[in-house]
Design a protein around this ligand. Structure first.
Ligand code: FDA
Length: 303
């Protein structure tokens, strides 16, 4: 109930105005460390120094006008300039609707092409975040089109809460594409997504095993100790891709676990969001763990 309310608040302009005007913005920096490319670079440097790789995400989605969609792509060009110049251990994650998917597939292709070319120039990689289920098929189609055209510095995200994902993982494994597996962050109907946590978790474990056994450099993105434990357990049995998998976690979430995994010798990539459009992202993080509302109100959250 609270989760659904927080997800609806993520779409409310009035709620955003209220939060922006309060000191909560300052506290939300735990999850969104800054608004500029420079702040992203500082955070990536800190992450690299601590032994983590990083992926930078310029916050934004549902962009419907060409100038703003181009501007978002320009920000990513600057991020790749910094990654190349400073030799950062980092890549980027972006959303298709931020780069103009709702304007037209053709516009998206052109705008995204500039970003992918720059990623190639600095030998980096672009992960396409997965949005709500109305975009799943379009996003996978656009991905496969790029793959067929020979792009190899790209990867997708698949969500364990969707019924369809077992087929999508099998397909991506056959292609040799890099997949990030996560549970899924949007409010989805029962017609397309599991509603019970146990089913989402069971699905996650099944998909994780498929990825470790047959996938290409899979990324297991979760803060759930049971999912991490199941992954470590399966890794110890040795699958085809097992040595090339990495864990991924969000900046500011379960920092204790992040440090522990790296100390235990696992690869970990931190997802670092930045930019002025931090509000829907923040609300989704609160929806995942409503105790974070207390944290933002001044209480203590699990490290
Ligand atoms: P779950 O939500 O069950 O949480 C397990 C435990 O983790 C909690 O009990 C708590 O201890 C801790 N935890 C989880 N979230 C927390 C939070 N916000 N604050 C504090 N503690 C928290 N989704 C999507 O739909 N499309 C995408 O492209 C991506 N991309 C993505 C990248 C990366 C690197 C990560 C880590 C996650 C995503 N997600 C995503 C989000 C994902 O779908 C999911 O909503 C969150 O990761 C929360 O799910 P968990 O697997 O952590 O488990």
């Amino acid at each position: 109930m609270l989760r659904d309310s927080l997800i609806s608040l993520s779409r409310s302009a009035t709620a955003k105005a209220l939060v922006t005007k309060t000191p909560l913005r300052a506290m939300s920096r735990r999850f969104v460390p800054g608004e500029s490319v420079e702040s992203l670079v500082d955070t990536i440097r800190e992450a690299n120094a601590a032994g983590f790789s990083a992926t930078g995400n310029y916050l934004g989605e549902s962009v419907h006008d060409e100038p703003n969609a181009r501007r978002a792509a320009d920000v990513y060009l600057r991020v790749f300039d910094a990654i190349g110049a400073d030799r950062l251990d980092a890549n980027v994650s972006l959303k298709f609707t931020q780069l103009g998917q709702d304007i037209s597939e053709r516009f998206l292709g052109d705008n995204l092409g500039r970003v992918l070319d720059r990623a190639d120039e600095v030998d980096s990689f672009v992960r396409f975040d997965m949005e709500s289920s109305e975009y799943t098929q379009r996003t996978l189609d656009a991905f496969e089109k790029l793959w067929s055209a020979g792009r190899r510095n790209i990867g997708v995200v698949l969500q364990s809460y969707l019924h369809r994902t077992v087929g999508d993982v099998a397909r991506m494994n056959r292609l040799g594409a890099r997949v990030r597996l996560c549970k899924g962050a949007y409010a989805e109907p029962a017609s397309v997504a599991f509603q019970e946590r146990t089913k989402v978790d069971d699905s996650f474990v099944e998909l994780m095993r498929m990825l470790l056994d047959e996938g290409t450099c899979p990324a297991i993105a979760t803060h759930d100790e049971r999912m991490i434990g199941a992954t470590i357990d399966h890794h110890s049995k040795g699958g085809f891709a097992a040595d090339r998998f990495e864990f991924q976690m969000l900046h500011g979430v379960r920092r204790d676990l992040q440090r522990q995994l790296v100390a235990d010798g696992y690869r970990l990539r931190i997802y670092v969001p930045f930019g002025e459009h931090w509000y829907p992202y923040l609300m989704r993080r609160l929806a995942e763990r409503p105790a974070n509302v207390l944290f933002l109100a001044g209480s203590v959250v699990q490290e």
